[in-house]
Design a binder for this molecule. Structure first.
Ligand code: NAD
Length: 318
């Protein structure tokens, strides 16, 4: 288990004890991420268990395969960090946890929206300032929210925001009936033009890389809020910074960031903080950044551990 945090150990051990003793699996926990240097730590293991920012590219898969490791188990929904074609060529088994608690991430996305209403007041009061100047807020009720990617998480966001009295728009090449009862599908340009809040819930794949860029941002309603809890690469951060400067984006909430390598490790946090683009982002008072933690709820961790074991069982069963 690479990139293992204390919570991984505690949840995986608990599930193993409670449900899966028959699989007879033995885990070795490594704090370090999977890399060329750490591949040898998996020598003698049938499979590796990795997380969002572990690099599982062609060369790493080749090294794993050479030492007899056949399975890659992701403890996350996204799989953009794995070279699936290379894995297929090498005959390796790859599994992720596609359907764990979508509410964890959906609630976090909505929390970012609501916190962007309140965080300046919170900071001001901590500084002993109860002045209300320039704290004029907005109602969620009646706002138009554009959801990009209406899969499990996007749908959960839609259900929550319906309760707030929001009008819902969605852009997704694949349409589902459940959303039609909550809002309407439209094209991306139209969604950006009409929405007061845009929230991203599509995977990072070739067609979504820099989906939010200089050109698409021109369509954004002036002063709209943008929320990204999906993957950093879906937005072009430099273009977003320009849009913040010009006021095109009125508020920004990010849980994911393009350069996340080493995130979750105190020793590496410094690299991110030193990153010039990150530094520019956090100078804006209307920007909130969290450290890829939308998934981190007790309920989600239990489901992640359960599915990871089930994936392992399927691998063992062939
Ligand atoms: P999902 O597969 O259920 O839904 C993704 C949706 O995106 C699908 O409906 C798909 O049709 C749509 N989509 C695909 N290409 C698109 C495009 N070009 N434009 C618009 N929509 C497109 O996935 P999910 O479980 O809802 O998760 C969504 C993403 O959230 C994951 O891929 C992952 O990157 C991210 N995530 C983040 C965290 C976190 O902690 N921040 C946790 C879990 C998942």
């Amino acid at each position: 288990v690479f990139s293992a945090q204390p919570y991984d150990k505690s949840f995986l051990n608990q599930i193993n004890r409670d449900h899966f003793q028959s699989v007879n699996v033995e885990f070795f926990y490594h704090i370090s991420p999977l890399s060329k240097e750490t591949v040898p730590l998996a020598a003698g293991c049938n499979a590796v268990c990795v997380f969002v920012n572990d690099c599982v590219d062609e060369s790493i898969l080749g090294l794993l395969s050479e030492q007899g490791t056949r399975g890659v188990f992701l403890r996350c929904a996204g799989f953009n960090n794995v070279d699936l074609k290379a894995a297929e060529k090498l005959g390796m088994f790859v599994a992720c946890v596609p359907a764990y608690s979508p509410e964890a991430v959906a609630e976090f996305a909505v929390a970012l929206m609501l916190t962007l209403k309140t965080h300046r007041a919170y900071i001001r009061v901590r500084e002993g300032n109860f002045n209300l100047n320039s704290l004029l807020g907005f109602n969620m009720h009646g706002k138009t929210v554009g959801i990009v990617g209406v899969g499990r998480i996007g749908l959960a966001v839609a259900r929550i925001l319906k309760g707030f009295g929001c009008h819902l728009l969605a852009y997704d090449p694949y349409r589902v009936e459940e959303f039609q009862a909550l809002g309407s599908y439209t094209e991306l340009d139209d969604l950006l033009q009409q929405s007061d809040i845009v929230t991203l819930h599509c995977p990072l794949i070739d067609s979504t890389k820099h989906l939010i860029n200089l050109d698409s941002l021109k369509f954004l309603k002036r002063g709209a809020m943008l929320i990204n809890t999906s993957r950093g690469g879906i937005i072009d951060t430099n273009a977003v910074i320009d849009a913040l400067k010009s006021g095109q984006i009125g508020a920004l909430g990010l849980d994911v960031y393009v350069k996340e390598a080493g995130l979750f490790f105190i020793d590496h946090s410094f690299d991110i903080i030193q990153d010039d683009v990150f530094q520019r982002l956090i100078t804006f008072p209307n920007v909130l950044v969290t450290g890829h933690q939308a998934f981190l709820t007790e309920e989600a961790l239990t489901e992640i551990a359960e599915t990871t074991f089930q994936n392992f069982q399927n691998f063992v069963d062939g």
